[in-house]
Structure formats: structure tokens, C-alpha cells
Design a protein around this ligand. Sequence first.
Ligand code: NAD
Ligand code: ZN
Length: 360
Amino acid sequence: QQLKIVTSTNSYPVFVGGGAIHLLYEFIQKEADNYTSVMVITDETVAKLHLDSFQKSAGLSRIIVKIVPSGEQAKTFPVYYDCLSAALENKLDRKSLIISFGGGAVGDLAGFVAATYMRGIRFIQVPTTILAHDSAVGGKVAVNHPLGKNMIGAFHQPEAVIYDLDYLKTLPEREVRSGFAEVIKHSLISDETFYDRLREQIYSLDAITETEMLDFLTTGISIKGSFVAKDEKEKGIRAFLNFGHTLGHAIEAEAGYGKVTHGEAVACGMLFALGLSKELLGLEFHLEGFQLWLKKLGYKTSIPEGLDRERLIEKMKQDKKSVGGTIRYVLLEKIGKPVLMEIDEKTLTAYLKKFEEEVG
Ligand code: NAD
Ligand code: ZN
């Protein structure tokens, strides 16, 4: 499957499917004279599992490989600095290419290295997680600051995204669950029939067939692409992609990154945002059915115990997307129709209480 992402600054292909990795070679060959050198950034886990086969099937022989720690650890200043040092030591120049090979963390890091090295060089995303169907498209790249996630970043679109679904076969169930939450998000914010399809077809995460996965991920990518196309730099509707993330991010931050996965936190955040949409906008939606489905797929649907509720609200107020004293929230008028609403702290606190008594 080939999709195309169009933004105001450029457009690029997204190749999705089992075995798609061989297209990397073709893609690079087309530009061979243009690339002086190629550096792959990958993490320890992905390197152990897939680096050999990646190099063989991608037909890449003379490449520089930089292996970084797995997970959120990759998106730190020391690791970012290390990657820049590796780029300088290996004499990467303005015509070099960086390939990110891994999940969203590696993609965000490698993309930020590419965005900032010599004021920006080209890069290609080779995602290896379900979650990365979201993160690899759209050009947001970043590392974390101890005071906040993704606080240091840039917009830097890749030259191409080559998404070989065979890599997903080694993904632990926890990561499948994390990534699938973003698939659900994409359906809820834009396409009711897609949402119905997910509800009808998926009753267990380990029973998703390859055909279904291809369908879900290409649909998810094209939805993400359509939001990005209309609003590359997030001045307006791109913010809808943040559905479920206001509470989700707060939970992640308060619980400690890695304790709760991103998708797990977002699933809980979506349930909350749907409840809030019913409360404030009269959304017609069977919340209980949705919650039962999430539980069946293994998501925890209540806010983890032990997290201070006031601090959660504080965190939501600090969200990059909020302005002034109110919290800018993505709600749904109906499935597929998101809206942005300014919500004051009192309303949010009151609903949080109600949510915990009646839902989560
Ligand atoms: P990740 O890269 O940390 O991957 C999750 C874990 O799975 C890691 O331990 C990794 O080593 C392992 N892994 C990766 N591929 C594997 C494979 N094929 N088999 C076995 N294990 C594998 O994280 P993620 O969940 O892919 O992405 C989360 C990150 O993405 C966060 O940092 C988040 O901020 C970022 N993100 C960015 C955007 C964006 O638009 N840029 C959007 C959403 C999320
Ligand atoms: Zn997300």
C-alpha cells in the first residue's frame, strides 16, 4: 500500500505492508548521488531483534549505525548529544541521510537530530511499532526535558516513511495495546464507520490478522495525514489529534513514564473525554459499552490509584496546548466530529469526581 502525505512544505510517500523494507533500497538508490552518507539510528531492543535482517533486506552495506537505549531513555539530552557527536565524527554533511529504525521514541529522537544537525538534513522513518503509525507521520520531532515531555523539538517532515509490518511480529502485547489506542483515537476523531469496524472486528489484541492490521494502520495513517495536511504547524485542527491526551499525558507524567504506557493512559483519557463530551455537549454515545470493550482488550479504564487528583488537574493546565487559566480540551460533538473547548478548572474538577464515582 502506498499513501501520500501532503503538507505545505513538502509531500512524501508512506509505504505500508509486510516486506515493505526492500523499498528502502529502491528509494535511496533513486537519490543515490544525492546522499553522501547514511546513518541509521536505532535502539538496543530493535537492533538485537532486527538490525541484521534490516541491513540485508534494505540492501544497505556502507552505513553508520548508532544504537541508543530503548524506550523513552532515547529522548534525552545526553543521547541526543551522543547522536550529534556520532554524526560529526563520521563526517555527515548537509547531503547525508538519517534513517530512524524503531518505535516512536527513536523516531522522535532521530528526527530531531536530523532537524538540527547542520540546520537540518534529510531523514527517513522506518517505524517498528504500532504506535509509530501515528508518530512517524506528521513531522513533529522532539526530545524530552526533565521538566516536560517533548518540550524541545521541531517540525521536520521525513523524505519517506517505510512501514514494514513484519517487524510488528516481535512486539510485546503491552506495546500492541499501547499503539492500538492511537488507532482507536484516529477512528473516534474522524470516521464513525472505521470505529464501527474496529468494534465489530476486534475482540482480542492477539487475534488481529495481518489483513486487518494493514487496513487499520493505513486508515489510521491517512486520517493522521489529512489532519496534518490541513494544519502542518498545529495552529488549529491538528490539535484534534490530541483527543484523549490531556488527561492521558497527565496520567503518564504523574505515574512516571514507562509505568503506564502512552496508549494505556490515552485510552483512559479518551474514556474521560467521551464522558465529558456527553456531559457538556450531549454526545450520544454508549460509554459503558466502550469501556467494556476497552477492558476486554486489556486496558485499564480507571485512573491509577495513588495519583493525586489535584496534581492531575495541575498537569492538565500545564499542557502545551492550554492557554491562560482554562484548559483547552478536545471533545466530540459526535463520533468523527471533534471540537475544541475551553474548560475551566472548576468544571473539570467536578467532572473528574463524577467520572470516578460513576465510570472509571
Ligand atoms: P518506543 O519507541 O519507546 O517503543 C516501545 C518499546 O518497544 C521500546 O522498548 C522499543 O525498544 C520496543 N520495540 C520497538 N519496536 C519493536 C519491535 N518491532 N519488536 C519488539 N520491541 C520493539 O515507543 P512507541 O510506543 O513506539 O512511541 C512512543 C513515543 O512516540 C513517545 O515518546 C511519544 O512521545 C512519541 N510520539 C510522537 C508522536 C509524534 O507525532 N511525533 C506522536 C505520538 C507519539
Ligand atoms: Zn499519542
